[in-house]
Design a protein around this ligand. Structure first.
Ligand code: HEM
Ligand code: NAG
Ligand code: NAG
Length: 545
């Protein structure tokens, strides 16, 4: 009896001490975070989320990098401190050295899991590593070489359709519509061996429509999404399904219907491929894509892989909508941004057209030739530097850790901070845009569109910065194990589209006010209030000089 009481007392004292220790440590971790400069919070409930993430926040974000330096304290829900990181050394820790600690948020992973199934954007750790291992080779340069003729084929059809429109008398054309159609069809044929319909006619495809509807509906359920991690594990699957079915929220119903349509279509395509694969090569080459598309190559590789490396049917199907979704708006919006810059800068448009015509890049040249055209390359890189598809992505450390800085920053109390302890669960934003336009790396003109900076050799400040990006000293495609897997695919697409279009057309501004809006993927509208993504340009047939 006596010993029991003594044991219990010890346990109690031990627990209290441990609790005290944790609290003090958390305090000291948070006090460094609290000491980091940043803009004041705008509201108790939503902190600085609204000013920082609303669609017109580009200017606000720019001011923040200017006024508060490489690492900034923002406020998340209920004013919890949130960190925005632009410092290259800290970024290196986040996405390479401690990638296993700085993981995607639960909200991000669970939302993706519900929408796409078990694809690359919905998995973590060992399962993600296994998927990348088998998928990486399918995105290699070698495979891009095989796909290039198909790219030209699709884009030539698009050129003809635009030509019809111009000849039919319309001189103002929404080029975002066309870059969107091109991106969808290229990832359809190149990714899935599936056609969303000829570019010569209006698209009538359920899968395509479902995808288009997804992003706008998701934005409307942002708050509900944040609750996901709390309800996801509750009750059996059928009960959750019933709860979703019974949910009175119409946006939830819309997302559900979109997801159902997408996954039904993915399964159909997958089953047809599987059937062809079982029958043998003759059957496979009969299909759209002739077996060269990413899914066909992947399924073949998976069949040949050892038991411990191979992916399940669910994992393979999970890649399909993931790929389409990740490949479409990102590339089409970057491309239309390039067209906009070229329309505004006829000097660069002429220079680029001349290079393309001399190389014959509009008709079709091999991968290695199109890839080494210097002006084409500079226009792509400069646009991707200045306007990454989104300005930040979020990571959340799964345990307490420390972010080192390449330069110390001055805390609110006047003392220098050399490294930042970050508590488990803190939201940390990867400042992709902040890093891409860093003045000490890119120079005082870092916010200007200047393709020439890529043509005269990059300054040492770029080479020495050790930016951890997978592409060209930029953070646009991220870096490390979760870097964009499709960046070469995307680069090839942009180069083929620009080559074909500039060989046939001249682009000029219409005078309409084009505004770029911040979103899951940034998008253009005419005027600040419109909700319809569009980018009209004046298009004339190029008849030679
Ligand atoms: C300009 C075009 C593009 C940009 C700027 C871009 C950017 C990015 C970024 C920043 C990420 C990391 C997201 C995160 O971790 O939160 C990512 C991931 C990804 N991207 Fe892209 N992307 C582009 C085009 C493409 C294309 C064309 C494809 C496919 C053909 C693609 C497929 C993917 C996939 C599958 C992932 C997830 C990778 C993983 O988690 O392992 N992307 N992309
Ligand atoms: C810019 O880059 C320099 C050099 O790598 C770094 O020390 C600095 O913290 C960065 N500043 C911003 C605003 O990200
Ligand atoms: C940023 O862009 C990537 C690449 O397309 C996308 O997968 C991701 O969902 C976007 N992140 C956010 C926070 O919107």
């Amino acid at each position: 009896m006596g010993t029991a009481v003594i044991c219990l007392s010890f346990a109690l004292v031990g627990c209290s001490l441990w609790y005290l220790h944790q609290t003090i440590r958390r305090r000291s971790v948070n006090s460094v975070l609290e000491n980091i400069p940043g803009p004041p919070s705008a509201s108790f409930l939503k902190g600085s989320l609204v000013p920082f993430f609303n669609r017109h926040a580009f200017e606000h974000q720019k001011e923040i990098f200017k006024n508060y330096g490489p690492t900034v304290k923002l406020h998340s829900f209920l004013n919890r401190p949130m960190l925005l990181v632009g410092d290259p050394k800290a970024l290196h820790t986040m996405i390479i050295k401690e990638e296993h600690i700085f993981q995607e948020s639960n909200v991000f992973i669970l939302t993706n899991l519900l929408i796409f199934g078990q694809g690359l954007v919905s998995t973590l750790g060992e399962q993600h590593r296994k998927q990348r291992k088998i998928l990486n080779p399918v995105f290699s340069v070698n495979h891009m070489r095989h796909m290039l003729p198909m790219f030209y084929n699709v884009i030539h059809k698009m050129r003809d359709a635009i030509l019809d429109q111009v000849k039919g008398g319309s001189d103002q054309i929404d080029m975002l519509y066309w870059t969107g159609r091109a991106a969808l069809e290229l990832v359809g044929q190149g990714g899935l061996g599936y056609s969303f319909g000829s570019l010569a006619s209006e698209m009538q495809d359920d899968y395509g429509d479902a995808l288009k509807a997804l992003l706008p509906t998701l934005v409307n359920i942002d708050l509900l999404q944040r609750l996901l991690p709390y309800v996801y594990g509750i009750g059996p699957a059928w009960l959750r399904r019933l709860a979703v079915d019974a949910s009175p929220n119409t946006d939830v119903q819309k997302v559900k219907s979109v997801v159902d349509r997408m996954s039904k279509r993915s399964v159909e395509i997958y089953e047809s491929k599987k059937g062809a694969l079982e029958k043998g090569d003759d059957e496979v080459v009969q299909q759209i894509g002739e077996g060269k598309d990413i899914m066909s190559v992947l399924m073949k590789a998976n069949k040949a892989a050892s038991v411990e490396d191979c992916l399940t049917d669910e994992e393979l199907i999970g890649q399909m909508s993931t790929l389409i979704f990740a490949a479409t708006d990102t590339t089409s919006n970057a491309l239309v941004h390039m067209l906009q810059f070229l329309a505004d800068r006829q000097d660069w448009q002429d220079k680029l057209r001349q290079e393309i015509l001399e190389a014959g890049a509009g008709t079709g040249i091999p991968y290695d030739e199109i890839n080494k055209l210097p002006v084409l390359d500079a226009v792509c890189r400069e646009t991707l530097r200045l306007f990454p598809a989104n300005t930040t992505v979020m990571r959340v450390p799964n345990k307490d850790t420390v972010l080192p800085l390449s330069e110390p920053i001055r805390g609110l109390d006047g003392k220098m901070i050399h490294e930042i302890p970050v508590a488990k669960g803190t939201e940390v934003l990867v400042g992709m845009w902040a890093c891409n336009v860093n003045v000490s790396i890119w120079g005082e003109d870092s916010l200007e569109w200047k393709p020439e900076r890529w043509l005269s050799g990059l300054p040492n400040s770029v080479k020495n910065a050790a930016v951890p990006g997978v592409y060209s000293n930029l953070m646009t495609f991220l870096g490390g194990k979760r870097a964009c897997i499709g960046f070469k695919f995307s680069e090839m697409e942009m180069k083929v589209v620009l080559s074909v279009l500039l060989s046939s057309f001249i682009f000029k501004p219409t005078g309409a006010p084009i505004v770029w809006n911040l979103g899951g993927v940034n998008y253009p509208t005419v005027g600040r209030e419109s909700n319809t993504p569009r980018l009209p340009l004046k298009v004339e047939v190029y008849t030679g000089s």
